[in-house]
Design a protein around this ligand. Structure first.
Ligand SMILES: CC1=N[C@H](C(=O)O)[C@@H](O)CN1
Length: 309
């Protein structure tokens, strides 16, 4: 097999004709021209390479694009049937990044459980998947304030034959339980006494629906909006009423937001300022409404509160 093509280091064993690339003289002329522009008082838009390694927001502005980690979950972040990036989180991110001077966003799809590792390993700049903000995740990433609040629901077989309405029912009735990779619902089931090794972890809500329809499991847990959406086309399964899982014995309402790498506080803070403006003006609800969000999902909770103070 031929070895992969490598660009040789500049000037060393470069086989291209010398006329193809810039000569030392033309490079110096370019530098001189830029200097002259500066001296004449003309400003130049910074390019990505100018701000390499600096503040992420400066870099994104220079690049003109922010990469969003999404998990193919309707209605939070997904590619629609026309191949377009959409969902509550990407649509909100588009508006906020534009206001921050970043013209475009670009999707990087992955599984939900790979969002935090993908963010940490620079696969994307921000997680825009409606991720719930909780103390465990706050050890690994920093969050914007939540843009919505949410309850959970289950996918069950039509008629809900085992009568599963919350995690206590699941444990009591020894139901076969599934949820998605990396989902917060794993910890909720465990908190209620379900053995972690007995949980079937599937890649996403569509696989969860299939598992319920085929009888491999009795129940799949997800956000109320995710579950409601995915059962729409099923003749064999339905969504339960939304409910609040118990955390430390008390009903818990989740809040979802955007996750950033721990040292990107500048970007997170700038993002929060714009998010708060959208909350105040009511634009936030207008952006989220097409995805099934209502006034009930609007929240004043903060990331600090959800991270545990
Ligand atoms: C939007 C979303 N939130 C939950 C979580 O953050 O774990 C999971 O249900 C996966 N999807």
């Amino acid at each position: 097999m031929a070895p992969p093509h490598r660009t040789p280091p500049w000037g060393i064993s470069d086989q291209r004709p010398r006329t193809a690339g810039p000569t030392r003289r033309s490079l110096l002329a370019g530098v001189a021209a830029l200097g002259a522009l500066g001296a004449a008082g003309c400003s130049r838009v910074a390019t990505a390479s100018d701000v390499k390694g600096g503040d992420l927001l400066d870099r994104l502005r220079a690049q003109g694009v922010a990469r969003l980690g999404i998990a193919g979950e309707v209605p939070f972040g997904y590619i629609d049937k026309n191949g377009e990036l959409t969902g509550e989180a990407p649509e909100l991110a588009k508006v906020i990044f534009k206001r921050l001077g970043v013209d475009r966003v670009q999707p990087v799809p992955t599984e939900f459980g790979s969002l935090i590792p993908g963010l940490a390993s620079q696969q994307f700049d921000v997680v825009a998947a409606g991720m719930y903000i909780n103390p465990d995740r706050c050890q690994q990433v920093i969050f914007s304030d939540p843009d919505y609040q949410m309850l959970d629901a289950y996918i069950v077989r039509k008629g809900n034959p085992l009568g599963l309405h919350n995690y206590r029912d699941v444990v009591k009735k020894k139901a076969k339980f599934a949820t998605g990779t990396g989902y917060a619902e794993i910890a909720y089931a465990v908190e209620h006494g379900y053995k972690e090794d007995d949980i079937l972890i599937v890649p996403d809500q569509v696989a969860g629906l299939n598992a319920v329809e085929s009888g491999r499991v009795d129940v799949f847990a997800g956000t109320a909006l995710t579950v409601r959406d995915v059962v729409k086309k099923s003749s064999k399964a339905e969504a339960t009423e939304a409910f609040a899982p118990l955390v430390d014995g008390k009903p818990h309402v989740d809040g979802g937001g955007f996750a950033f790498r721990p040292d990107e506080t500048n970007l997170r803070d700038a993002f929060n300022v714009e998010l708060q403006k959208l909350k105040k003006s009511g634009e936030l609800l207008r952006i989220l409404k097409p995805f099934g969000f209502t006034q009930n999902e609007m929240t004043d909770l903060t990331a600090k509160e959800l991270c545990g103070g």
